[in-house]
Design a protein around this ligand. Structure first.
Ligand SMILES: C[S@@+](CC[C@H](N)C(=O)[O-])C[C@H]1O[C@@H](n2cnc3c(N)ncnc32)[C@H](O)[C@@H]1O
Length: 366
């Protein structure tokens, strides 16, 4: 089973060129309006069935909310079982497996994968799944680097390999964050690939989301004539809108280099000499420059980087959150040790749909 290589070059294509993708949309009779992704999925599945495609029996591991499963379902796969440890996610999976729903007839199993031993009669042609990525992504990044396979979650791929050996599907898709390829200087990725090869599979891998697009400039100046939190957010949001317009895909999270590790833009914030700048805005200035960003640090650590008192750091962090900055601690992300904080991005990235917006920093961890 070989990986298809499609000319995925959408961002570099001007709107009036007919791309292979536009051609597919035309064949399916889908136009790019509101909710087009869902219509695309439904039509694709329908088209495949009408053209005699036999669905590929698939087992889903680490199913989460079932996003990957729905995409595979639409592409002609039948998800027969979904394995997920978190009961609240399994509730969603079960809802979506009801008659008439997207994953109709699929069975959601709430179990730790380490205790999942499929029935001997289970036959599948394909396995999909993305084990937890925190061990490889910047969320798990500390001053010492990503924890990779040194972390208990980072070795869950071994369970994936165990199930490949037991069920012997024709192929599988192992999805993870870009950081997995570089964790501990690439040693982890080598180890994971070797384990898959040893199970009898040929591995093809592709990093996605790193398409070459250009802003046409490497310098963008955003300016405002007042130090006002709302103005600060508005300026960034306006910039983000423009980015989307120019690149068709880039948002501030992408530009921050959270997953790619190499930020595509870096910020500099300067103040007009007549402005009265308080310590909070000095902190914002540091954050925009990336100081104390994308690294887990204690209040003391942040205070010394920002040149402020440690006892005030928590309130600065709360103010940053209210300005749309993502700030994590043990309460928002339990894998972060108590007393440490992580500001993943140098720019305000929260939107009304952000999961982080509904989380709470709690009270000071000290
Ligand atoms: C990266 S998410 C998967 C997201 C999913 N592909 C989707 O589209 O929604 C990884 C999932 O693995 C689950 N998980 C973590 N440890 C697990 C374990 N030991 N056994 C089973 N599932 C586990 C997590 O609860 C999480 O939902």
């Amino acid at each position: 089973m070989q990986q298809l290589s499609l000319p995925l070059n959408l961002p570099n294509t001007s709107a009036n060129e007919v791309t292979w993708f536009q051609h597919i949309l035309d064949v399916l009779g889908v136009s790019r309006g509101a909710g087009w992704c869902d219509k695309f999925g439904l039509s694709l599945r329908q088209w495949l069935m009408q053209h005699g495609h036999t669905p590929i029996k698939t087992l889903s591991l680490f199913s989460g909310g079932g996003g990957l499963d729905i995409a595979f379902h639409d592409a002609g796969f039948d998800i027969v079982q979904m394995v997920e440890v978190e009961a609240k996610y399994v509730q969603t999976l079960r809802q979506n497996s009801m008659p008439g729903k997207w994953l109709e007839n699929s069975k959601a199993i709430c179990v730790d994968i380490r205790e999942y031993f499929p029935h001997t009669e289970l036959e599948v042609d394909f396995i999909i799944g993305g084990p937890p990525c925190q061990s490889f992504s910047a969320a798990g990044r500390r001053a010492a680097g990503v924890s990779g396979t040194k972390d208990a979650r980072g070795i869950l791929f071994q369970e994936y390999v165990r199930l490949l050996k037991t069920l012997k599907p024709k192929g599988f898709l192992f999805e993870n964050v870009y950081g997995i390829t570089g964790a501990r200087n690439g040693k982890d990725w080598q180890k994971i690939q070797n384990a898959f090869k040893e199970a009898g599979y040929t591995i093809y891998f592709r990093t996605w989301g790193n398409d070459k697009w250009s802003l046409g400039t490497n310098k963008v100046m955003l300016s405002a004539n007042d130090l006002n939190q709302h103005l600060f957010i508005a300026v960034w949001k306006f910039f983000e809108e423009k980015l989307l317009e120019v690149t068709g895909m880039a948002d501030l999270v992408q530009l921050s280099g959270y997953y790619q590790y190499n930020p595509r833009i870096s910020g500099v914030m300067t103040f007009h000499q007549e402005l009265k700048v308080n310590l909070f805005w000095r902190v914002v200035q540091c954050v925009v420059r990336g100081i104390g960003v994308a690294i887990q640090l204690s209040a003391q650590g942040l205070a010394s980087l920002w040149g402020v008192e440690a006892e005030n750091v928590f309130s600065y962090l709360q103010d940053l959150r209210s300005m749309g900055y993502e700030v994590r601690n043990h309460n928002t992300n339990p894998q972060i040790p108590k007393g440490e904080y992580l500001i993943p991005y140098a720019f305000p990235t929260l939107t009304p749909r952000s999961v982080q917006l509904r989380k709470n920093l709690g009270t000071t961890d000290e």
